[in-house]
Design a protein around this ligand. Structure first.
Ligand code: ADP
Ligand code: ZN
Length: 660
């Protein structure tokens, strides 16, 4: 006996509707008779309308007055159009017979000949729209519940949507596939130990941690690490994303959390991995007037309760990943929940080499590929970016029909990932090209001439992605940045506009990206880093999302604005000054750019001579760092920039927007 289920009700209702629909149509009585009987009725003048079909069936409608004689029933019981049907020997004989009766004035009804109705298509046309509507409705219900896993989407909203990877299943990720991340790996290897041999720890009275939080920018291998834990410990692995809990229906999130933990406990020992936990784990609203997201808070509360609820030795370990640990609710980070935070940072030079090692394994490369060079060319790339570079390089090589992937393919892939696709077809006028060249040459010259600016790799005026021209720099990978370095960078960024102003005499919209960056940086330096003279050593950084109050007074706000203006103006003037001092060099560079479209550091070196600063500044920095190791404190909160190969690009989309 199949279990009763709400969907049965729907089926029954649908069937009843269908039945009603059809019975309604043919609600009048009909009767099959012999041809003789039919002729009899016609002769008696009972019939008022006859339809002959092409397959020789005949339908005859009976006059209401005679219904009782034919059907032996009351006329109000037989419906509107009572009818008899019969089969004529042939159409001709039917025609002759009717003609004769008409002539003898016994039959005066109407006669028509029709094609036989195809009942199959009638049913089809009647049923199809209904089936279609029901299908559409089911589809939307399923969509609303977010795809639903398996059957009965709507009826499963409260179920957790975690994907389960069983042991011995498809996960074959091991720690070997995770390159770099030595410290994170070590921490997380311990978790594998916990899962494999819990007694070793519990015997000594220790408690097994319930969860660990993997913190780091996207694409650095957090998911990969979690998978590796599952692969190595050989336990089931539940994977889901924080946003999977969130649903438009109230109460669904909490019930999904409950369901997830129930499932996990059944499979213990196991690992539950929640990606992007900030989707549910954001700090609960402090500002009641905002209304808050009650549903999300309920979900978070349930998560907290569940994490408290299961014993620490039950063998379920929760790993979660986020790149915004600062927005997480403090209650989540409390000991006893996610007691461990494991930082997964962007890979440094050596780690990038290792990551390349992992991802180059499946790729057929020739001997020109230099992993060393590639790692140096990709500062700020995450593991995922590097995986992407390798893949992209293989695609580029394939496009050119090569047997092996070579060095140039990799360099092209890197460029492409930083700057987007080259658009050689984009139309730029001669005048525009000159403007872009002068602008880019401005950046290039300044970054060559300024002590702390990032050294240039190459400049191009070939449109790429949304940019009209671009310059690549190779920044030092440093953890702290001095004020001088920031100012020099600012000056070089303003170099584009300064060059336009100096050598063309008009400024253009092309510098919007530069200005935006410079403005943001200046505000950061003054309001957060305490780097201005009038507001020294003050940090007004406020990471409270819900507070709209500035943590400073109106007067300070004005002061900040003023200081920002002052700082940017100073650097702009400085850029103009340096550029006019090196006017010939700059103009030569611009001419070279127009001619060659792409120029490299070597070309710049030929014009301006060797860059005097490189070695010295690096030396000084190194010495500085050796002198005073800052133990335990990070000086700037400034994360290394995402794409550390800085791209100074002029976006075309912005060209139309007015600058303010
Ligand atoms: P996230 O930190 O956003 O969870 P993932 O773990 O999903 O990042 O990483 C995405 C992809 O990037 C991985 O599938 C892997 O191919 C690659 N990757 C990232 N970090 C590393 C690493 N340290 N070693 C090897 N591959 C990595
Ligand atoms: Zn620019």
């Amino acid at each position: 006996m199949p279990r009763f289920n709400i969907s049965w009700m729907y089926m029954i209702i649908a069937l009843m509707l269908l039945a009603l629909y059809f019975t309604n149509e043919n609600s009048s009585v009909s009767k099959t008779t012999s041809y003789d009987e039919f002729q009899q009725y016609v002769r008696s003048g009972y019939v008022n309308k006859i339809i002959g079909y092409d397959d020789n069936t005949v339908e005859a409608y009976i006059k209401p007055y005679f219904v009782k004689d034919v059907f032996k029933e009351d006329s109000n019981r037989v419906g509107k159009n009572p009818m008899i049907s019969t089969e004529a020997p042939s159409r001709e004989s039917l025609g002759e017979f009717l003609q004769k009766e008409r002539d003898e004035a016994r039959f005066n009804g109407s006669v028509s000949y029709e094609k036989k109705k195809d009942y199959f298509s009638v049913i089809l046309w009647n049923v199809l729209p209904i089936v279609f509507l029901i299908g559409l409705w089911l589809f939307f219900m399923r969509r609303m519940s977010g795809g639903g896993n398996g059957a009965g989407g709507v009826f499963n909203v409260g179920k957790s949507k975690a994907q389960l990877f069983e042991k011995g299943g498809s996960i074959k990720v091991t720690f070997k596939d995770v390159a770099g991340l030595a410290e994170a790996k070590q921490e997380i290897e311990e978790i594998v130990e916990f899962l494999k041999e819990p007694q070793k720890y519990t015997n000594l009275g220790g408690k097994i941690p319930k969860g660990a939080l993997l913190v780091g920018p996207p694409g650095t291998g957090k998911t990969l690490l979690a998978k590796a834990v599952a692969g190595e410990a050989n336990v089931p692995f539940f994977s889901l994303s924080g946003s999977d809990f969130v649903e438009m229906f109230v109460g669904v999130g909490a019930s999904r959390v409950r369901d997830l933990f129930k499932q996990a406990k059944e499979k213990a020992p196991c690992i539950v991995f929640i990606d992007e936990i900030d989707a549910v784990g954001r700090a609960r609203g402090k500002n009641p007037s905002m209304g808050g997201n009650d549903e999300r808070e309920n979900t978070l509360n349930q998560l907290l309760t569940e994490m408290d609820g299961f014993g620490s030795n039950s063998g379920v370990i929760i790993l979660a990943a986020t790149n915004r640990v600062d927005v997480l609710d403090k209650a989540l980070l409390r000991a006893g929940r996610f007691d461990r935070q494991i930082h997964v940072d962007l890979p440094d030079l050596n780690e990038r080499k290792e990551v390349f090692g992992v991802h180059l394994r499946p790729i057929k490369i020739d001997e020109s590929v230099d992993v060393d060079l590639l790692s140096r060319q990709t500062p700020g790339f995450s593991g995922a970016d590097i995986a992407n570079v390798c893949n992209e390089a293989a695609l580029i090589a394939a496009r050119h029909g090569k047997k092996f992937v070579d060095k140039q393919d990799f360099l092209d892939a890197v460029d492409r990932i930083i700057g987007g696709l080259e658009k050689k077809s984009k139309i730029t006028t001669e005048e525009e090209r000159r403007t872009i060249a002068l602008h880019e040459a401005g950046h290039a010259s300044l970054s060559w001439l300024l002590e702390h600016a990032n050294p240039l790799i190459k400049v191009t005026i070939v449109p790429r992605g949304r940019a009209l021209g671009a310059a690549w720099y190779l920044p030092e990978e440093r953890q702290i940045t001095t004020k001088e370095q920031m100012l020099d960078e600012m000056c070089a960024t303003l170099g584009g506009r300064a060059a336009e102003n100096l050598f063309i005499g008009r400024i253009s919209t092309g510098a919007m990206n530069d200005l935006e960056r410079v403005t943001k940086q200046a505000y950061g330096m003054i309001a957060y880093l305490g780097m201005s003279d009038k507001l020294p050593n003050l940090c007004y950084y406020n990471n409270d999302e819900y507070s709209f109050n500035r943590p400073y007074s109106e007067r300070t706000a004005e002061l900040i604005d003023e200081e920002v203006k002052l700082m940017i103006n100073e650097q702009y003037e400085r850029a103009k000054q340096i550029l006019s001092m090196h006017k010939e060099g700059h103009n030569k560079l611009a001419a070279l750019l127009i001619e060659k479209e792409v120029i490299f550091a070597e070309d710049v070196e030929q014009i301006f001579g060797k860059r005097v600063w490189t070695s010295r500044s690096e030396e000084i920095m190194a010495a500085e760092l050796r002198k005073k190791p800052e133990i335990g404190t990070k000086i700037t909160e400034e994360k290394p920039k995402k794409s550390a190969i800085e791209l100074n690009s002029e976006s075309e989309a912005e060209v139309k927007k007015p600058l303010n």
